[in-house]
Design a protein around this ligand. Structure first.
Ligand code: TYM
Length: 325
């Protein structure tokens, strides 16, 4: 199967990005053709510090490789090095209805009360995401639950284009994991864990130190009930159980069962310890890779050249069908 996914190089990845998208993509890369994209054009829809953005792009490359992406097997590339993304993004904008774009909940969340002062790019962001996917005949897209609506728009645009201009695009399926598709904020378990959150307490970054991880997990908001149960009405607790499940592979019910005689404090201590042990080797690997930034840069350039070849074929077909060539 042809698979593509992308992650924005904004700040540092948190465990929601890691378990919701990165790890599932790495698993899929073993038996499928994966394209793994650093979505830097998506990142600049909100202001970025140029120096920091450059660092974040290299960090993302290191993090993907440390998680198990093999750049010899996977096309690991940077969106802005492949100009066909913005070309097809523009074309798809002309096929997207205002009403469709206005319905996107992520735009509403990210723009908040400030809709008149956010960039037009933030508004048209889902059409660029559709272009990322449709350029490569992608059949499936591993993402967290928050991207489902963008995938629906992508499918609608593929079908609309095919209907108007003749069969061109593959209509892609979202691949949303059963557990981990929506890791919740630690200090407000009614919201998802988010990189753009103003409080670092709300997320665990994959680079957090052991002390910080322990502090954040200990202060995670749960509830005042004493027992440990798997219950959708206890989202804070279920979130912690889910993270532990993602690390150990044990079922939520089994994990909860093992805390029958213990309480929230023990669960939090064990989860913090498990996270520290899990993230330690990953962090060491990332740091090691970041010691050779030239090499990372070369890897992205090679991957981007490969993506450019594939995308260029597709954009020619698209333009031809539309009478643009
Ligand atoms: P981004 O960078 O916000 O997030 C990257 C991936 O992480 C998932 N994710 C989560 N999963 C579980 N729990 C959470 N709390 C959580 N927060 C984020 C996201 O669903 C995503 O899969 N638009 C995309 C980037 C993108 C893309 C693409 C993805 C650009 N082009 C093409 C797929 C295909 C985004 O902003 O992801």
């Amino acid at each position: 199967m042809k698979i593509l996914t992308g992650i924005q190089p904004t700040n540092i990845l948190h465990i929601g990005n890691y378990f919701g998208a990165l790890k599932p993509a790495v698993k899929l890369s073993q038996e499928n053709d994966l394209l793994m994209m650093i979505a830097d054009y998506h990142a600049i829809t909100v202001p970025q510090d140029p120096k920091q953005l450059k660092e974040n792009i290299l960090f993302a490359t290191a993090a993907y490789i440390a998680t198990g992406i093999d750049p010899k097997k996977t096309v690991l590339f940077q969106q802005s090095q492949v100009p066909e993304h913005t070309e097809l993004g523009w074309i798809l904008q002309t096929l997207t209805y205002m009403g469709e774009a206005e319905r996107m909940t992520q735009f509403k969340d990210k723009s908040g009360d400030n809709q008149k002062r956010v960039s037009v790019g933030l508004f048209t962001y889902p059409t660029l995401m559709a272009a990322d996917i449709l350029l490569y005949n992608t059949e499936a897209v591993p993402v967290g639950a928050d991207q489902k609506q963008h995938l629906e728009l992508t499918r609608d645009l593929a079908e609309r284009f095919n209907h108007q201009f003749g069969k061109t695009f593959v209509v892609p399926e979202p691949l949303i994991p059963e557990h981990g598709a929506k890791i919740l904020s630690l200090n407000d378990p009614l919201k998802k864990m988010s990189k753009s959150s103003p409080t670092a307490k709300s997320y665990v970054s994959i680079m957090d130190t052991p002390d910080v991880i322990v502090k954040k997990i200990r202060s995670a908001v749960t509830d005042s009930e004493r027992t440990i149960t798997v219950d959708d009405n206890r989202p804070g607790l279920k979130n912690l159980l889910t993270i532990l499940h993602l690390i150990t592979g044990e079922s939520l019910v089994d994990i909860a069962g093992s805390y029958e005689d213990k309480g929230m404090k023990e669960l939090k201590d064990d989860l913090a310890e498990a996270l520290v042990l899990y993230l330690g080797p990953l962090q060491a690997e990332i740091r090691g890779l970041l010691e050779n930034k030239d090499e990372l840069q070369k890897i992205i350039e090679i991957g981007s050249r490969e993506a450019h070849k594939l995308a260029n074929n597709q954009i020619k077909i698209v333009k031809n069908k539309m009478g643009l060539l």
